[in-house]
Write a protein that binds this ligand. Sequence first.
Ligand SMILES: Nc1ncnc2c1ncn2[C@@H]1O[C@H](COP(=O)(O)OP(=O)(O)OP(=O)(O)O)[C@@H](O)[C@H]1O
Ligand SMILES: O=P(O)(O)O[C@H]1[C@H](OP(=O)(O)O)[C@@H](OP(=O)(O)O)[C@@H](O)[C@@H](O)[C@@H]1OP(=O)(O)O
Ligand SMILES: [Mg+2]
Ligand SMILES: [Mg+2]
Length: 321
Amino acid sequence: MSSESSTRFSIGYAMPPKKLDSFIQPSFLDHAKSRGINLIPIDTTTKPLVEQGPFDCVIHKIYDEEWKKQLIEFSSKNPNVPIIDHPNAIEKLHNRISMLQVVKGLKFGYHSEMCCVPNQVVIEDSESMLSDPSVLLGLKFPVIAKPLAANASAKSHELSLVFDKDGLNGLKPPIVLQEFVNHGGVIFKVYVVGEYAQCVKRHSLPDISEEKLGTLRGRVPFSQISNQAYVIEEVEMPPMSFINDVANGLRLAMNLNLFNFDMIRDATAGNKYLVIDINYFPGYAKMPSYETVLTDFLLGILNKKPSEATSLELKECQESG
Ligand SMILES: Nc1ncnc2c1ncn2[C@@H]1O[C@H](COP(=O)(O)OP(=O)(O)OP(=O)(O)O)[C@@H](O)[C@H]1O
Ligand SMILES: O=P(O)(O)O[C@H]1[C@H](OP(=O)(O)O)[C@@H](OP(=O)(O)O)[C@@H](O)[C@@H](O)[C@@H]1OP(=O)(O)O
Ligand SMILES: [Mg+2]
Ligand SMILES: [Mg+2]
């Protein structure tokens, strides 16, 4: 163990198998261990959470109601054990409209950059979409059709770029239609871990000129195009102070510690940024230095006094759960 601390901590983690494979890397387990943290897998299938532990903290990415009940019960028996993060706060990210609502409330007047969301509408049923033009609320094509639910299923990542009204035929509501914004083919993916934020560049859909749009018909499906980490040298990053302010604003407004958000820069206005997606507990292993960043964060949580560390989260969870 390092000289940093003589106390050993146990952190329980619960997540689906795919997430375990990517997040729980030996390099992370070893680094955390060297700094006094034992990461312990929680059995989510054969044993109630309350019968496991003891844990000094629980981190999780499991979305069903049964798990939420287990967290509430665990937390009522262990009121000083932080749960990262509150299930009610995570739930807001499961709907692509509530996910972005919080962006509209962000205020940081002293930057020359601004941050908003693309124009978008929800389509609840096919009939209204195809027969009632008013539901499109003046939305301008091209649009991206995204399933309203963003619940970690493969389906929730099945998107389409729609060039005209005919391209809406056959889409399966409930969906969000979000205006496509030209952004130079690069997105900024910002990983947030508590007060820490790191921005990386990823490839995205290419710009579509008015001229090109005139030749495009219908729609093109796509899925998870920005998941691969590539080096994109030539594109300038947004200012780090701006990224930090957006990240902190979102973190505090959503009461979440572990998320990332995708941001694009409007190709027609270099200081206008749009947040297009927020994901709970993203693929952190793709983030450079994830082992140290996550370990620093966990130590920060564990070293807080119980009154600071816990329970806003848990109280709310018990009240509204
Ligand atoms: N409004 C938009 N304008 C331009 N490009 C967009 C827009 N919305 C999405 N995109 C592109 O499509 C990609 C996928 O969209 P989005 O991030 O909403 O989907 P997702 O399936 O939730 O992604 P993730 O894998 O990050 O969870 C974005 O990374 C970006 O490249
Ligand atoms: O699979 P990866 O590790 O790439 O992580 C992706 C993660 O999938 P996982 O949950 O299977 O880990 C996705 O989660 P769900 O929406 O499906 O919950 C989503 O958060 C992506 O944004 C992540 O990619 P990133 O944003 O980090 O590039
Ligand atoms: Mg995304
Ligand atoms: Mg997403």
